[in-house]
Ligand binder design. Structure first.
Ligand SMILES: [Zn+2]
Length: 613
């Protein structure tokens, strides 16, 4: 339906550019310098991890380098891709393992490096990378067909990821064997709808079919199959989403999963890989189906759950984030998490496990790559600050979206064309908008506002949406505040305790150390039922600043009685003891969820009338 623009046609601007620059100056932009599993990976001839970590990292690092037009980062990406291709075997096998280990090597990494090579080609048009990818898929095809390797574990549960590089090659060469390979993967791969029942009740057990990252990824399986095989799309993704959301949904549009589904629980974790993979699936589903529901879901996750798990300087991240998160400390005893370790919600280098360390980097760059999409009749626009340089027909077109969205709700599109050309500018109207005006005139609040006409010279279109802050009832029965696409939370003041140490040959040293966050202010509150008011200020250089957010809400909050979760002194119970106000309401400031590293997001309605009973 819609397609990504070419690798170098979109440039981030405004806060999005600053966010990407911070990512480049933080952990993602420096992993090849400081983290042994990237610096000394078997993928480039070293002795460390030779499976998913380098490809995961490149999946974010490559688009980051090209979106920022950063010469040094591009050179480092080239070095890795070059070193990987140098080691490709004569028969096309591309992963770093000897011939005898191939049978037991989980081919998920093979799919992932395929995705990375396809992505690299969209930015560089590298003939060598494309040929390497082609040969690697030929090898996979031959070995699967001969039964020399099979899908198991991650490869079995992530089979559809390989259809992305297969689709990239097929687009180019239209060779039938690629479709056969894709069918073989589908036949050997996991059939997710058959697991639906197991998503309805959390298990205290680790399984592939309730794994939150697998489930975030799998939502796109039907869409990638349909675009490759030309089959009719039946919207299985929506059915699967509905079940996941009903039984595991959170206030910020993700599913609980630490790292397997954890039910409706505001004090359980969601793995960061699950956040970025869910974003990627939503991006792909919006482009494949044109259904705005996926763009809405994408924004909810991107503007809330993603920044929440990343520190202001983007040097540290959480493995698991909680919606109501009153402390991030190493659990002295059994962690609250169902299947993750004691340090999973620390902000650090590789809390719990290093997958998110390598993988989180794809979140912001891929969002930027989706700021504009190509439609048959024109251009689909989000309100993200970015600039598009493309060619329509044979005419050079530049569209600049000037905005501070989602911190402000207006956007000015400046369209500049080399000579008069007809195309449609399809502006997506956010679903939360109470009103939307285009060039001052109210427009219908449905999906897209399309301006189809002959554009000439330089023209501007301004879009202005309005919303009123509101309380939204969550599945727990508690409430959270929302304004536009942002969810708001009561920030709990945090004391950062720095932890520097070395473990298994991996050094944690500032700025890539670990931090425990200890609560320094009261967290037991409920909404008093009074109005929420919006407070706008300049903000600092950090878009989702934990110190100075550019938009906050003022709310009346009453103290309520609320205990810790049973057996813990650093986790709040899912529900307060009572929703009755235990004191007078105070006016307090709510921060965007992504800015409040310690926070209470879901709170009861401690209505004024019920207070002091
Ligand atoms: Zn992870």
């Amino acid at each position: 339906m819609y397609h990504l623009f070419g690798g170098n046609e979109i440039r981030p601007e405004g806060w999005l550019l600053r966010q990407l620059r911070m990512q480049a100056d933080g952990l993602c932009g420096n992993l090849d310098r400081i983290w042994p599993d990237i610096r000394d990976s078997a993928w480039i001839g070293g002795g460390r991890e030779g499976w998913e970590r380098v490809p995961y990292w490149l999946d974010g690092f490559i688009p980051l380098a090209y979106l920022l037009e950063d010469g040094d980062m591009k050179r480092r990406a080239d070095l890795y891709i070059g070193a990987i291709l140098d080691r490709q075997q004569a028969d096309g096998w591309i992963c770093p393992c000897g011939p005898k280990e191939r049978k037991t090597y989980d081919v998920w990494a093979h799919f992932l490096i395929g995705k990375v090579l396809a992505l690299y080609c969209t930015f560089t048009d590298s003939a060598r990378a494309k040929e390497g990818l082609y040969r690697s898929m030929q090898c996979l095809d031959r070995m699967l067909r001969a039964g020399e390797i099979t899908l198991f574990d991650w490869g079995k549960f992530r089979w559809f990821e390989c259809l992305i590089p297969i689709g990239f090659l097929y687009e180019d060469c239209r060779e039938e064997w690629l479709l056969e390979l894709a069918r073989m993967l589908r036949d050997q791969g996991a059939d997710y709808p058959s697991y639906i029942e197991s998503w309805k009740r959390p298990m205290n057990q680790w399984t592939f079919h309730t794994h939150v990252v697998n489930l975030a990824m799998m939502l796109k399986y039907e869409a990638v199959c349909c675009s490759l095989f030309g089959e009719t799309y039946r919207n299985r993704a929506e059915e699967l989403w509905q079940v996941l959301e009903e039984y595991n949904g959170t206030a910020v549009g993700t599913f609980t999963g630490d790292e397997c589904l954890s039910g409706i629980a505001n004090n359980q974790g969601t793995e960061l890989c699950g956040v970025v993979e869910l974003m990627y699936s939503c991006e792909l589903l919006f482009a494949a189906t044109g259904d705005c529901v996926w763009a809405r879901r994408l924004e909810r996750i991107a503007f809330n759950a993603l920044p929440a798990a990343l520190s202001d300087d983007m040097w540290t991240h959480q493995y698991d984030q909680m919606v109501n998160q009153i402390a991030c400390i190493r659990f002295p005893g059994k962690p609250i998490f169902r299947t993750n370790g004691a340090d999973s919600h620390l902000f650090g280098l590789e809390p719990n496990f290093g997958c998110c360390t390598a993988n989180f980097g794809q979140g912001w760059p891929k969002l930027a790559m989706n700021a504009f999409l190509r439609a048959d009749d024109g251009v689909v626009c989000s309100m993200l600050p970015a600039r598009l340089h493309t060619v329509i027909g044979d005419t050079r077109v530049c569209i600049a979206a000037k905005s501070e969205y989602p911190f402000r709700f207006s956007c000015k599109y400046v369209v500049r064309v080399q000579k008069p050309v007809r195309f449609a500018l399809k502006i997506r109207i956010p679903e939360w908008a109470k009103e939307c005006r285009v060039d001052g005139r109210p427009v219908e609040l449905t999906g897209f506002y399309t301006i189809e006409k002959e554009w000439s010279g330089e023209e501007a279109v301004s879009v202005c949406c309005t919303d009123a802050p509101r309380l939204v009832k969550q599945r727990s029965g508690l409430w959270s505040a929302e304004y536009g696409p942002l969810v708001f939370a009561l920030p709990v003041r945090a004391q950062y305790r720095k932890l520097e140490y070395e473990q298994d040959g991996v050094e944690r040293r500032f700025p890539y150390c670990d931090y425990e966050l200890l609560p320094q202010s009261e967290w037991r509150y409920g909404f008093d039922g009074g109005p929420l008011t919006v407070y706008l200020q300049e903000g600092d250089e950090i878009p989702f600043s934990s110190v100075c957010p550019s938009v906050t809400l003022k709310a009346g909050l009453c103290p309520v009685e609320w205990e810790f979760a049973d057996g813990y002194d650093s986790v709040c119970a899912k529900m307060p003891v009572s929703a009755s106000a235990a004191g007078r309401a105070e006016e307090m400031q709510l921060y965007p969820y992504g800015c409040a590293k310690l926070r209470m997001t879901e709170m009861p309605f401690a209505g004024r009338d019920e207070g002091m009973e």
